[in-house]
Design a protein around this ligand. Structure first.
Ligand code: RI2
Length: 326
């Protein structure tokens, strides 16, 4: 158990908001986690470098333990905490804050670049089927619209939290005509769409895409109907531990997201399963769009090695790097 007494209030609050999904979406979670580490550094009244470092590690553990699937979270923490430099608390604090600022700028740049690359897949008159809400996927649609491409969208509600509503609202703001459908209708609409576009929470070394529950079945259907399956994912979604054989842990969320109290009382005592994500094998994906270009899923491992090498340690971890905890 961590001694949480020195945690900055911003860290506790951010961790709670990530766990409650008030802050959600893999890129947004990464941004918030890095920002919270910066707040911890600013608030720390540690008097020795080792006490300062221990506080940051405790903050990182608190943030890390909120949601297990989106690798952007540990990747953000790793980026900020690896290679901080300084001999004094003041120097370390500055170093953390510089790394947070660089990380956040890079995140914005990456999404913009990815958006421009992904926009190239669409042509005038195309209809795009979306799943859940992904800021990386939205960046592709935004860039296409900005470039003057006429698009329409079929937007899945995406139970249980209806995050498709966020996508629908954002597309509406862009003046893209939207047809909202229930998840079960997706298969029927595949003959009317030109692309399936979704985001990712984690991408494994073999090119498997871990994304919001429902992606895997949808991708199988899309492939069957000849609709290209495109995943928009900044390189921060690449899961470096999968290079060494780790599996991505799938988050199981509360039953109440699926069945409220009233419905439960009506139905009676049953079990409810609520996995938040599933795994789409690479053979069902046409392209992964990153800020470094588009990749067939099987070749994303090359980019992963280039960006991360074998560096998978978690500097905040008590017990050092573990290969089994996703
Ligand atoms: P961006 C979301 O998970 C969705 O699965 C979405 O595709 C993915 O994160 C990536 O989102 P959740 O946090 O990083 O809603 O592209 O459970 O915004």
């Amino acid at each position: 158990m961590d001694d949480a007494s020195n945690l900055a209030p911003e860290v506790r609050e951010t961790a709670q908001r990530i766990a409650d999904m008030e802050i959600r979406g893999a890129a947004t979670i990464a941004d918030a986690a890095a920002t919270a580490l910066g707040a911890q550094a600013a608030a720390s009244d540690a008097t020795t470098p080792s006490a300062f470092r221990a506080e940051l590690d405790a903050a990182a553990r608190t943030l890390h333990d909120t949601r297990p699937t989106a690798v952007s979270l540990p990747n953000a923490l790793r980026y900020v905490l690896n290679d901080i430099e300084g001999d004094t608390v003041a120097e370390l604090r500055q170093s953390v804050q510089r790394r947070v600022a660089t990380f956040r700028d890079d995140l914005d740049d990456a999404q913009e670049r990815l958006g421009r690359i992904g926009a190239g897949r669409f042509t005038d008159g195309d209809t795009v089927l979306t799943h859940c809400h992904s800021t990386d996927a939205m960046a592709c649609l935004e860039a296409a619209v900005e470039a003057g491409t006429d698009l329409e969208a079929v937007v899945k509600e995406t139970r249980p939290r209806n995050q498709g509503h966020i996508t629908a609202r954002r597309l509406r703001e862009l003046d893209v005509p939207v047809t909202l459908i229930v998840d079960n209708a997706a298969h029927q609409f595949l003959d009317d769409v030109d692309h399936l576009l979704c985001g990712a929470d984690s991408i494994a070394a073999d090119g498997s895409v871990v994304n919001k529950i429902g992606t895997a079945g949808l991708a199988v259907s899309a492939r069957d109907r000849g609709v290209p399956v495109v995943v928009a994912a900044q390189s921060i979604k690449l899961h470096p531990k999968t290079l060494t054989g780790a599996a991505v842990k799938i988050e199981q969320r509360a039953a109440e997201e699926v069945l409220d109290e009233e419905a439960r009382a009506d139905i009676g005592d049953i079990d409810v399963a609520n996995p938040a994500f599933d795994v789409t094998p690479p053979r069902h994906v046409d392209a992964i769009v990153t800020e470094h270009g588009q990749f067939p899923p099987e070749s994303v491992v090359v980019l992963m090695r280039e960006l991360f090498g074998e560096r998978v340690e978690e500097p905040w971890s008590d017990s050092g790097p573990s290969l089994n905890d996703g």
